[in-house]
Structure formats: C-alpha cells, structure tokens
Ligand binder design. Sequence first.
Ligand SMILES: *[C@@H]1O[C@H](CO)[C@@H](O)[C@H](O)[C@H]1NC(C)=O
Ligand SMILES: *[C@@H]1O[C@H](CO)[C@@H](O)[C@H](O)[C@H]1NC(C)=O
Length: 486
Amino acid sequence: MPLLLYFWLLLLATATCNAIQFNQVPLSAPQDWNLNTLPSPNATGHIVFDTVSSLLEHWPNTKYHSGHTIVPGTIPAGTLLYHGRNDPDVPTAREWAATDSEFARLFCVEPEDCWLLTVVTTRPLRVLYFDGSSANKMPDGPMDIQDLLIWGAVHPERANPDWEYERLNRLCDTFGFDAYIRMQLNFEIMLCNFTDGVEVQTFVRLEDEERFPHYAYAFYHSSAWHDHYPGDSRFHLDLTHAISLYDTALAPSLVSSRHGQTRRDHRVLGIDEHDTRALLARVRALRLESFSSNSGIDWRAMFHSIRDRYATRLEVLQSVLTEDTPVQSAFILLQTLLAPYRLHSAVARSNGSDTAWATPVFRLCATADTLFAESESVQATLTPSEHLLLTAARETNREICRTLVVMWAEGVVSLSSESRWRWRAEVDRLMDWLGWAAWNNCRPACVFPESCYFPGAPFSMEEWTSWTPRCVRLFEPYYGIPPVRV
Ligand SMILES: *[C@@H]1O[C@H](CO)[C@@H](O)[C@H](O)[C@H]1NC(C)=O
Ligand SMILES: *[C@@H]1O[C@H](CO)[C@@H](O)[C@H](O)[C@H]1NC(C)=O
C-alpha cells in the first residue's frame, strides 16, 4: 500500500495541469460524468453519509428520529456511568445507566429520596449503538430496529415502558454485547450485567436538587453538551463494521417503502422477511468479528473533512443569492469553493450551453477524497461496511461538485443576474438533499449565555417537527425551556 500511494503521489506530482490520471483509476462502478445527471431519487449514499457522520450527536438524531444505523463499539476502561434510584440497593440484574449524572438523576423519581450510584468500567465494554432517538418509546419509528432484532418484526404497540425490560433481556441474550446504547436527548446504556466489567465507585444519597425552573433543567444542560460533533465522545464506534438499513444491498425491500416519502418519515417498518434475516445475520456476526480493518482509513475524519469544507460555505452561498446582493458575490464564492479543482486546461467554450469543457473540473472535485480508497488494492482490504461508506462519500461528493460546477461553468461563460434565482433554487435543492443538521440553526445567533435549543421528544412534542431551534436560557433568569412531560 505505501508503494501504491507513492505511485499516485508521483503521478500527481508529475502530471501537468490536466486530468489524464483519472483514466487510470479503476473504479468499482462505472461513473456518469454528465453534468446534467441528477442523483437517482432512490439513491441513499448521501443519507448514509449524513447518518454516519452524525452518530452520537444529539441534534441530527433528533431531526431524523427513526434510526437506521447499528454500530458496534467500545466504552474504554475507566469510564464513569451513573444510575439514579429511590432506594439504597445496588442493582444486581440488568439495568440502565447514563454517561451523565444529570440524566441518571431524572430516575430518582422522588427527589427527596435520591440515591446516585456511580460505577466505573474495569475493562473495555463491547457495545452496540442504535442511532436516531432510539430510547424514545414512540410508535412511529425510533424503536423499529430494536424490534426487528429481538422480535423479527416491528411492534408499534410495544413502544412503551412496559416492554423495556423484555427488550433489554432479549438484546442481551441474543447478541452477546456487554451493553446497548440509545439516545433520548442524552445517551443511555442498557447494561447486561451490573457486576461484570463495571464496579461500584460510589453510592451516595443526595440532597434534594434545586429544581428551578423544573426538575429536569440540569438534564437540558447535559443534553446540550452532545448537540454537535463529536457528540458523546465516551463511546468509541467502529465504523468499519457499521450496518445501515439505508444500504440498498442489505435491505432492498425498503427502497419501495421509502419511495415518495420525505426523509423524516423514513422508517424500517416496511422491511420484508428476507432482508430481516440478512440483517439479523449481519448483527449476529458482529460479536465474532475482530474489530479491525486493513485499510486503516479514518472514515469519520474523512466524512467530517468533507462536511467542514462545504457546510458553512454552502450556507453563505445560499444567503448571498438574494435580490440585494450582486450575483458576482456568489460567483466569487463558487470560485473559492472549487479553487483546488479549477484546472488550467479547462477552458470555457464560447457556446454557453455546452458545459462539457468543465467535466474534468467536476471529476477532479468529485473524486478527490475517495481516489485512494477506489484503487483496486485498497478496495480488496475494505470490509462490507467500508464499501458502503466509500459509496456514501463518493455519491455525496459527486452531487455537491456537480451542482457547484454547473453554476460556476455558467458564470464563467456569462455571468448575469438572471442566474440568481436558478442558482438559489439549486443551492436550496442541494442543501435539502444533504439534510445536514448543521443548517438548522438559531438565527439570529443566541447571545451568551443562551443556548440554541432543538426541540425534540420526549419533551416539546407539539413543536419538535418544526426543525426550528430557538434560544433558551438555562441559567437564571430562565426562559424558553419547554415544560417536562415524561
Ligand atoms: C454477571 O456476571 C457475573 C460474573 O461474570 C456472573 O456470575 C453473573 O451470572 C452475571 N449475571 C447475569 C445476569 O448475566
Ligand atoms: C425508485 O424506486 C421505486 C420503487 O421501488 C421504483 O418504482 C422507481 O422506478 C425507482 N426509480 C428509479 C429512478 O430507479
């Protein structure tokens, strides 16, 4: 592999400013470099990209509350976990814990009799994480995947607390992980054994908590710590074994049930028996896998470098495509966005409608991040999950680059204010397609010490589909905090 890398570096270094080197890259699938080809409405690479780069983050997993991803991982030794209760008994059976004591404390249902147990992991715990708002006991999707794994079918009528111990027991008995991770504003750990892999650090009776403006306000604080990247960093996920129900090779039956639906409404309810069996086989095999990949690629870092590169600048591009901003401002931003790919050899033809001259720029932009992983020798080392991640990065980059290059090429040939509304519609379409929660922001920005609050279950039910976060003050004088209904 280092030899191959050296070869590519040499090639790139010696190539003059043209795109000849691309012809020598063996691609796993033939790619369409027509600048007018939109992504298929059934393509899911961009959604895999977004979900995988949003794992363990509060906001994106609230925005799209029905999870589609299952990822194995570990909790390192020395990690503190908290369990709140109303009696001084250390649990001996399977139970829940949280990574933040503020969450655990909610379970001191009678706050005047609150016992907080702190346990510490004595070895790495092997865990399985369900994305989305997977601890929300709601019948419309968040628990679908857990149901599938333990009952082989989705049971919306069991999305209530009465079934929780049954869920815990079946997950523990069937899949053999030490714990299962779910989110409900904050992260909870379903521990399969309270005496194996963890030991009691402290078990204390606490003073009644200050409860202004209500008893869960400290929980809001702790939930906000994991709003955005990197989310809750105490869980170490192994993306090279991530399983996604957006993987159309794993679950082809879901393609038709998603057809025509907005992403918010996607769920895995429509999966057929064959695909359910395939999913179960993949999850069962996880326990036996050694968590390693030979490629060594850091997918999380790759995905985030792509997001970093585009998230803010696309938002600014959208904001300058308005009546009172000269269209030149948008064009300058397009030039900046495409700067590393604007080849000296790509010269505009005078005929405005033919954009073929810009194709090498498109290809350079679309393949930059994935060229290494696309090579045959590296592909041979990838796990099935990594192939999915590669496709996700490739499809996402392709559409971002295609959209930008089409606008830029038009501007190179002739820049006129008539382009503005078409460009605005294109940028809106692209951002909607990408769906990144980074763009659901408080506008105007909150003023310190306010925090930008994204409404979500189990509180704020009447407003949580609005996707419009608002500024709240979690310190006195409090405002904006939704009432608690557990
Ligand atoms: C928990 O682990 C201990 C020690 O390995 C074992 O003796 C016990 O049976 C386990 N309990 C459960 C509920 O699996
Ligand atoms: C998308 O999937 C639907 C449902 O399976 C199918 O009817 C449609 O033809 C597909 N569209 C494309 C462009 O593949």
